[in-house]
Design a protein around this ligand. Structure first.
Ligand code: N01
Length: 537
């Protein structure tokens, strides 16, 4: 038992858990990372589907805390593909000698706060237990997939593939009739790639995506070295940027739009010019985040821009979104709309008739039957709260976190802690900036804040820290009030951001949208004032 007693335990060996381990070791704490998978990497271990890559530039979607690491690691492309990010995390783990404190194949099933001893007791699915006063949940915000249970889903005789547990050895799609369900970031990334491999691809689309074309490219000779020489400036700019990525990315495109002229006063010529520029130009207006009518006007132009790319008029019309732009996560793509001009690609608009059944030979919809050899599910995640909800997390008085969130909604204080669950820190919990930012920039701030907090507890002779219900309520009200004035609060906005993609999940916008610098300022202010809003004992 003593071997399994630690100063702090970390759940998850992805980007967050690896850095958390490094930070806690620097404090001299006896720490261990518990990881359910067979290897480190988190998101970037599981999401190996064709075309998987990050939509933020590699030099920004990477740890900034070590100049040695950022100078030594060599990115080959502007926006990194999954294998390269996974390899990067392996490099970091070797460089910092992290693996000796990581327990793989350790799936935490339950954790209970022992109020008398003021410590957490964690039980793995194997029955093994671990004890520590503090737990950091670095279990990922998009790590629990939503897999639809269509009637007959298990009867399919072909291959059923899931984007977030793609076979490590890959899957040969050549000469196969493939169906892809889902057109979020994942679907939009994989569809052009699968179309090139498969004999035929059928895309089953429930909600058309807003997606902006992007050209990912390899770094030119010497380009990365030049960028590395500018790292102090690049990181400084990132730190001050609301989304934690100052160079062009899906998020910064949105931020830049805020400074553009409004569509509402645009002339017919202005609009025609916007459509001429393509789907990106069609949306490039300053008022579309705050005015639903302006948003709809821009969507109309977006539809016109699609119609200039997609040759079949019915398909082009089916690709036009009906939800407001900005209320789902921005997507960037490599030739998405062009893919629908291929002879081997078909689109099924599920708004005209839903999937009724999966049979041994394919997918039946209210509109007809599609024979398939492979079905690919790119149907999203139970985001932000999913990973901790699948663990039996019991806080004070035996309250289950999943029940608490089911009743109260996905509430937290600062996205870092939940009232009634002492000494449990969440990296990128609901109510933190994570969802709408560069995750790596956001997690670095969280990890550093948590490490400083643990040092403070030690130095001040405290053992327990707990979010106060009043502070939590105020934080949730504050975070909610920021989105209230935007299209994000519109009833037609359904996404993982507000839990609408998970049946029965209490609807609440789960991000903090004032940006990372403002969030950091508030977190630092709270810490400097002696952790206001928390009870320390
Ligand atoms: O998931 P999603 P995702 N029948 O929830 C559809 C990150 N990420 O995995 O919109 C039919 O966005 C669903 O339809 P609807 C990024 O943060 C980043 O694509 O609910 N369809 C939707 O079209 C992203 O936001 C990168 O109506 C069903 C799709 O499945 C997050 O992960 C790449 C259905 C799910 O879209 C999640 O993206 C990939 C059903 N029963 C992911 N159920 C990059 O960095 C769901 N759908 C680039």
């Amino acid at each position: 038992m003593d071997d399994n007693r630690f100063d702090a335990l970390i759940i998850g060996a992805g980007f967050s858990g690896l850095y958390m381990l490094h930070e806690l070791r620097r404090l001299g704490l006896r720490t261990c990372v518990l990881e359910k998978a067979h290897d480190i990497g988190g998101t970037w271990l599981f999401n190996r589907y064709p075309g998987a890559r990050c939509d933020i530039e590699s030099i920004e979607y990477s740890y900034s805390f070590s100049d040695e690491i950022q100078q030594e690691w060599v990115w080959t492309e502007t926006m990194p593909a999954q294998p390269e990010i996974e390899a990067y995390l392996h490099f970091v783990a070797e460089k910092l000698d992290l693996r000796r404190d990581i327990r793989l194949h350790t799936d935490i099933a339950a954790m209970t706060f022992d109020e008398e001893a003021s410590e957490w007791v964690l039980r793995a699915a194997s029955g093994e237990t671990f004890v520590a006063p503090y737990v950091v949940a670095a279990s990922g915000i998009l790590s629990v997939p939503v897999e639809p249970d269509f009637q007959g889903v298990d009867t399919f005789a072909g291959a059923s593939l899931y984007s977030s547990r793609w076979p490590a050895v890959g899957f040969d799609l050549t000469r196969k009739r493939v169906g892809v369900i889902g057109t979020g970031s994942t679907g939009v990334q994989m569809i052009p790639v699968i179309a090139e491999q498969a004999a035929h691809l059928t895309v089953f689309q429930r909600s058309p995506a807003f997606t902006l074309p992007w050209r990912v490219r390899e770094f030119a000779p010497g380009e990365l070295d030049e960028l590395k020489a500018q790292y102090p400036d690049i990181r400084a700019a990132q730190r001050e940027h609301p989304v934690g990525a100052a160079r062009l990315s899906a998020f910064s495109v949105l931020i830049n739009m805020l400074a553009r002229p409004p569509i509402k006063t645009a002339t017919a010529d202005d609009k025609a010019e916007a459509v001429e520029k393509g789907v990106m130009g069609a949306l490039d207006w300053g008022d579309i985040f705050f005015d639903i009518d302006a948003n709809r006007m821009a969507t109309e132009l977006y539809g016109q821009a699609i119609a200039r790319i997609v040759t079949d008029a019915e398909t082009a019309a089916a690709l036009v979104p009906t939800h407001p732009f900005g209320c789902k996560r921005p997507i960037i793509d490599q030739g998405y709309y062009e893919t629908f001009n291929r002879a081997n690609v078909g689109l099924v608009d599920l708004r005209k008739g839903v999937i009724t059944e999966v049979t041994p030979t394919g997918i039946a919809t209210e509109q007809g039957f599609h024979e398939l050899d492979v079905i690919v599910y790119a149907t999203g995640f139970d985001a932000m709260t999913g990973a901790l909800s699948r663990i039996d997390v019991r806080g004070r008085d035996g309250v289950l976190l999943r029940d608490y969130w089911a009743t109260e909604g996905p509430v937290s204080y600062l996205g870092l802690a939940v009232a009634g669950f002492p000494n449990l820190f969440i990296v990128q919990g609901p109510g933190s900036p994570s969802a709408a930012t560069n995750f790596v920039a956001a997690l670095e701030q969280h990890v550093e804040w948590i490490a400083a907090c643990l040092k403070h507890l030690h130095d001040s002779g405290n053992r327990t820290i707990e979010a106060l219900p009043e502070a939590q309520r105020e934080w949730v009200e504050h975070a909610t009030s920021i989105v209230a004035a935007t299209v994000l609060a519109h009833p037609s906005c359904n996404s993982w951001y507000n839990g609408a993609n998970v049946p029965g999940k209490k609807r609440m916008y789960m991000g903090y949208t004032a940006g990372i610098p403002e969030y950091r300022r508030r977190c630092d202010e709270i810490a400097t004032a002696g952790y206001t809003g928390f009870a320390l004992s």
